[in-house]
Design a protein around this ligand. Sequence first.
Ligand SMILES: Nc1ncnc2c1ncn2[C@@H]1O[C@H](COP(=O)(O)OP(=O)(O)OP(=O)(O)O)[C@@H](O)[C@H]1O
Length: 302
Amino acid sequence: MTESITTKNLCFQIGSKTILNNINLNVPKGSIYGYLGRNGAGKSTTIKLLLGLLEDKNDHVFVHGKSLKQNITQIHAITGNLIESPCFYNKLTVFENLKYLDIIHKKGTRRIEEVLELVDLHEQKKKKASKLSMGMKQRLGIAMAIFHDPQLLVLDEPLNGLDPQGIFEMRKLFQNLNEQGKTIFLSSHILSELEKVATHIGIIEKGEMIFQGTKNDLLGQVERYVSLKVNDAETAITILSTLGFSIQNNVNNKISVKINDDQQFNSLLKSLVHNGIEIYELEAQNANLEQIFINLISQTND
Ligand SMILES: Nc1ncnc2c1ncn2[C@@H]1O[C@H](COP(=O)(O)OP(=O)(O)OP(=O)(O)O)[C@@H](O)[C@H]1O
């Protein structure tokens, strides 16, 4: 089994209103899967169904190949989650909150210390939870979610309300946890936040999946350019044109070149350097993911 989460035509209605329509999630094991959608698209509803907090009457959610409905206790044991704001006791210290959790899990003080190291809250362990910054509170929430060493983490908008430093720290934490083999499923309504951390992306709009694949699949939907500042743009253009590159413009010795893949980028650099062109600046004009997202949504709504 290579999938951590799969859903098969997952639907959900409230009264006569369809909230989710045939959602087929494929979350590979070991991935960081970013679940993206505008406000009200259906992200939280999906997450609640994945965690069994809303009932999926049709048994369409599978975790590690097993039906959630039929194996809920077993699946909860291998899943950690953080939905909405982290839940802990404000009057207790960071350490005491984890100690309290240990009454259930019985992992011992060593595990508390280990998790504090992992989320980088060791220095704050004697601080009351109420005195933590927003980013630290979020990290304490993650610490509590991973305390029982789950293989899968499901996080609803974990970057909400964090400042750039908090987002940066959270990203580092996700990458660190992912390197330890954990699959991370996280939602956001901001693509640029997912861009740097996700390996896979699923996009939901009005309860329907409109894209699912690797981040590179998503990026591959648009053209990629690199911008170079060189000593002699005219010669550079001649060299690159001969090699079949498509050059977009030339202003102040800055040229913009279309790149199809990494190999082509490599050959671009090699041929310029080999022909004595000096490169002063190099900037990847990455596909604007925000624009892709908006395009996908507007295509769906056309
Ligand atoms: N209890 C409810 N009763 C009626 N409608 C609901 C209820 N819960 C959610 N909805 C509707 O379901 C749709 C999806 O909501 P959901 O919270 O899953 O979206 P979301 O993508 O998580 O949005 P956000 O980013 O704003 O949290 C919305 O139109 C919302 O109004």
